[in-house]
Design a protein around this ligand. Structure first.
Ligand code: TXA
Ligand code: MG
Length: 322
């Protein structure tokens, strides 16, 4: 299945496929999603089959606007409306108490539902034309690197989708921030572009990190977002000395780094990413995929700074490495 340029015709076709219970891959500002009609359990089953994803891992329901929250969630707290006003459309997913009508297949058997209004114009066009909710996990095989370009989806899931809408590269490049508002103190289940400080500033309350709460989300598994090649995370000086050692042992390695010091490393497969978190994020998954295709012995990844701007990157890298 080749990616299709976005036209009125391809959007109409995608909507038709969704109504027929087929899968449609589409761009969002974070990563590409593997979409299905969220009200159709048979269509949802196809998402799980295509990804090879365990049935108890819930999916995010994408909506055209916050006005649709009440179709999917109940007992919606004031905090959710406030966050929707500030951050939607955008890279934020809210976990809320689900309405009885939401299929259990979507929520992995939980009484909560994840909702997001994406900002990407193609996602918006599709959602508005479809009218209902589109359940969409990242369009990759379970546990693998999320796709940030249409070609990534075609390579990995091409045979199982009815259509891939090509919206070009994703601007954010890492998955949405997930905040749980279903119970008590809000908790971040997955860090993303929207930071804890930004959420706290809008909510004017404490916002916990998931490690401080009992809630578990499948994306919090230790190994996730992983390349097939063994990847190690290390500070730049260790990275330089390990490169010497591994090359001396005849190993073929790849390097993903951002510091100027790495320019001197004699390595054929060295990718230098931007040293600003936002730009690094946007380039990360594509770079990991490129290195993963080279059948290297090891990928060495430079450890980013330990601060909030890099929280999403650090989270994903810690899961992609051993
Ligand atoms: O940026 C994104 O969020 C992308 C794009 C396509 O929107 N989607 C995405 O979906 O990353 P996925 O399925 O790869 O990750 C969704 C995460 C999972 O870790 C899942 O556990 C969590 O959202 N999630 C969804 N519903 C949940 C719920 N009711 N309770 C707890 N976690 C939930
Ligand atoms: Mg995913």
């Amino acid at each position: 299945m080749n990616p299709k340029p976005v036209t009125e015709e391809s959007i109409r076709h995608a909507v038709e496929l969704l109504h027929q219970g087929q899968l449609v891959a589409f761009p969002t500002e974070t990563v590409y999603g593997l979409g299905a009609d969220a009200s159709n359990p048979d269509a949802i089953a196809k998402v799980f089959a295509a990804k090879g994803r365990p049935a108890d891992h819930p999916l995010i329901v994408h909506l055209a606007s916050a006005a649709q929250i009440n179709d999917w969630a109940e007992a919606v707290p004031e905090a959710a409306w406030r966050l929707a006003e500030h951050f939607w459309p955008g890279p934020l997913t809210m976990i809320l108490n689900k309405k009885a009508s939401v299929p259990m297949a979507v929520t992995g058997g939980q009484n909560t539902v994840g909702l997001r209004v994406p900002a990407n114009p193609v996602a918006q066009q599709l959602l508005q034309a479809f009218g209902g909710g589109i359940a969409a996990p990242s369009a990759n095989r379970f546990g693998r690197i999320s796709p940030t370009q249409a070609s990534h989806v075609a390579e990995e899931l091409g045979d199982s989708v009815g259509c891939i809408l090509d919206g070009g590269p994703c601007s954010v490049g890492v998955e949405s921030t997930i905040i749980d508002l279903s119970d008590g103190i809000p908790a971040i289940l997955r860090p993303g572009r929207i930071t804890r400080s930004q959420l706290k500033a809008v909510l004017q309350t404490e916002v916990r990190l998931a490690s401080q709460s009992k809630i578990r989300a499948p994306g919090m598994m230790a190994v996730h977002y992983a390349p097939n090649t063994m990847a190690l995370l290390c500070p730049v000086d260790t990275l330089i000395s390990m490169t010497d050692d591994l090359c001396a042992q005849g190993k073929v390695i790849g390097i993903l780094a951002f510091s100027p010091e790495i320019a001197c490393i004699p390595c054929k497969h060295l990718l230098r990413l931007p040293n600003q978190a936002e730009f690094y994020e946007a380039a990360l998954y594509s770079a990991l995929r490129d290195l993963d295709k080279l059948e290297l012995d090891t990928i060495l990844i430079e450890q980013p700074p330990d601060n909030e701007a890099w929280a999403a990157v650090n989270d994903r890298l810690s899961k992609a490495t051993v």
